[in-house]
Ligand binder design. Sequence first.
Ligand code: PXG
Length: 463
Amino acid sequence: MSKKNYGKQDTQHHLHPFSDNAALKNEGVRVMTHAKGIYVYDDEGNKITDGMAGLWCVNIGYGRKELANVAKKQMETLPFYNTFFKTTHPAVIELTSKLMEITPEGFNHVFYTGSGSESVDTMMRMVRHYWSSIGKPEKKVIIGRWNGYHGSTIGGTSLGGMKSMHEQGGLPIANVVHIEQPWYYGLAQNDESVEAFGIRAANWLEDKIKEIGADKIAAFVGEPIQGAGGVIIPPKTYWPRIQELCRQYDILLVADEVICGYGRTGHWFGHEAFGFQPDIFTTAKGLSSGYLPIGAVLVNDKVTDGLLAGGEFNHGFTYSGHPVSAAVAKANLDILDEEGVVKKVHDKTGPYMKQRWKETFSGFKYVDDVRSEGLMCGFTLVKDKNTRELFPNPGEMGLMCRDIFFKNNLIMRACGDHIVAAPPLIITKKEIDKMLATAAECLREFEIKVDALLAKNAVVEAE
Ligand code: PXG
């Protein structure tokens, strides 16, 4: 088959993640061939603006030769060795010391994994092992949130609050429960202030604790900002109250930083942006800017002390601390640090994006709740802004809008009817302007399409 048909060839034997593979067999997929900065190129010569940094991960942007060189050198020196049986290697030692430099005080230990899902599963096993290590084995329940996303393994899917995922395979597993998400736009009561809603939403955790009993609960887990759920930014009052409750009821507090970590919010870690101190936080993605798979679970001193008292932790992955991934991750963190990328998001591009994102989208008829923090941005497609009425088939309008972006060589994500963007952290102000100008054109096209659809429905109703 010629290269021209690559996109169809692919789908004849390749089952894609989170995709309708029967439909893909007919449609084919787009073939990405190379990338540079914030742009990806396909095999038809299109230059596509990657408003999603791959999958929320290519924080330093594409095409950094330093990382390729480090990978080559490490492969030639020591392509693999494990860290299981009283062994280690320089690449992982150096990555660890870099992590110790950038993580907040009180975090002096790290457990390596190969992905975000593995980090989450590691954390789920770790919190239970912690409690049994300190003599409280009955503390097993882990509390997540509806519409949270924590990966695709059985543990991660269970902890996440995506009902469409739970439905496939009878999840969640035992001892994983959920509370409602802190989504002001959708869940606030009449005239409730953002601050008051933040406290009320956090108190749903207290309700759940009282229902189950604190003596049975191991941990509460949340993304500082929900990413795949649609960039749901909690009120500033939310996390401090959650922390207060976790301390009061002796429950471990876990931040899932797989998206928020490594600069996305303009801080090294998302919990720093929201002023709380978790006991454990899970990371992956931006740790290597997606150049190679690697994840890391950061553990504070209190939890480490408990774990150390508990003897062997029967857990680990072949690729825990993989040397090539570790070397690349270290080089990536050096770039984020030495080139001031995180600080730039905090001081310049984050605030600029916030202002421009609002200006660009607020005026559109079917767009509301325009929001952003650092370089995590979102808005919601709604049928009626005055009444906050959502569209009837959640996700349908989102997909239609996303497809218009894609056709116009702009990648942004639809999470249901939330439209989100998370570009590489090296994006410049000029590139932000250009990306938003394209997005605005797409939104105009979307608006015309929706107008037509609604008018058609109105005619049908009138008949
Ligand atoms: N936790 C969080 C907060 C995540 O966002 C994971 C865990 C799992 O990571 P891995 O590396 O196992 O995928 C994630 C992953 C999307 C999308 O389309 C988001 C993720 C993954 C794939 C797609 O928004 N997040």
